[in-house]
Design a protein around this ligand. Structure first.
Ligand code: NAP
Length: 289
């Protein structure tokens, strides 16, 4: 398909620091090309110190929308006109889109995760899940799962200096969504065993097992897994984490974070263009594991 930059080409972008490693420019530009959409997606190295000026400049030239990565996901919050419910609850933004002259902040990590679970063949609304980690990705997943009607979410994190703040966050999320969200110490193996025995899905949203520490797992004991539990690791480097190998040994189906990455991009694309990303084409080209 013919695809050229024209005098009408709409700008979309990734802002963050660093951004050079990101697959997003290839993914979005290929999707624009496939659908014949007159947009381009570029990556800009922007630090928090320069975010205000960068956003003012991008607004002045009428940017159609953009993604934000580390370390800008919270720094952008006070600069936006509005937030979607997911971004407001998660207190973080990774996607900004333009609607009726307003720049609206959204978070697509949770939507991407929930779509990846469906794509893998599992339906969890109305059921219970166990979530390991309480950082940026875990928070976005927990918010979207609660908004999508997951009945209960047991979250486990280290009992360190950020525990009390995380606990207050999840209590507020439970109050606002009606989902039963509870936070536990990840060192409490008895509670972890109980939570997993009641759950249909275990999600690892910690860094544990990510390259180069591929010999580590967030699960202290493989006997915590039970047949019928689906194990999902949002890490995608390596493609097969130690947790996924433990799941296989215990007879549990497992999948990695590649499709979360694909579908969070697809949700940003939908916000900017109003069209569905051709995910099968993009998956084949960039996400074959
Ligand atoms: P983050 O905000 O830094 O959060 C990291 C979480 O991991 C925290 O809850 C932290 O615990 C926990 N953690 C770190 N080391 C631990 C350890 N040794 N034992 C137990 N818990 C530990 O990072 P993030 O942005 O949420 O990313 C987390 C992971 O998700 C990364 O591997 C990242 O690559 C992956 N990710 C994947 C996608 C995707 O599209 N597939 C998207 C985003 C992120 P504390 O709270 O106790 O500090």
């Amino acid at each position: 398909m013919n695809y050229e930059i024209t005098g009408h080409t709409g700008l979309t972008a990734l802002l963050g620091s660093p951004v050079g490693h990101s697959i997003s420019p290839q993914m979005h530009n290929e999707a624009f090309r496939q659908l014949g959409l007159d947009y381009v997606y570029l990556a800009f190295d922007v630090t928090p110190q320069h975010l205000k000026d960068a956003f003012a400049g991008l607004k002045a030239i009428g940017i159609k929308g953009f993604n934000l990565t580390m370390p800008l996901k919270t720094a952008i919050l006070p600069l936006l006109d509005e937030l979607t419910p997911a971004a407001r609850l998660a207190e973080a933004v990774n996607t900004v889109f333009l609607r009726d002259g307003k720049y609206i902040g959204h978070t697509t990590d949770g939507v991407g995760y929930m779509r990846s679970v469906e794509y893998a063949g599992y339906h969890i609304p109305g059921r219970k899940m166990t979530l390991l980690g309480a950082g940026g990705a875990a928070t976005a997943i927990c918010v979207q799962a609660a908004l999508d009607g997951v009945a209960a979410i047991d979250v486990f994190k280290r009992n360190n200096g950020s525990f009390a703040k995380a606990d207050a966050f999840f209590r507020k999320l439970a109050d606002e969504t009606g989902c039963t969200v509870r936070l536990f110490d990840i060192g409490d193996t008895t509670q972890l065993r109980k939570s997993l025995s009641e759950s249909v899905l275990l999600t690892n949203a910690t860094n544990v097992g990510m390259a180069p520490d591929t010999d580590k797992s967030p699960l202290p004991d493989i006997s915590l897994l039970h047949p019928g539990l689906v194990v999902s690791d949002i890490i995608y480097n390596p493609r097969k984490t130690l947790l996924m190998r433990q799941a296989k040994e215990a007879g549990c189906p497992a999948f990695n974070g590649l499709y979360m990455l694909l579908f969070q991009g697809a949700e940003s694309f939908r916000c900017w263009t109003g069209q569905e990303m051709p995910v099968e084409l993009i998956r084949e080209k960039y996400f074959n594991s």
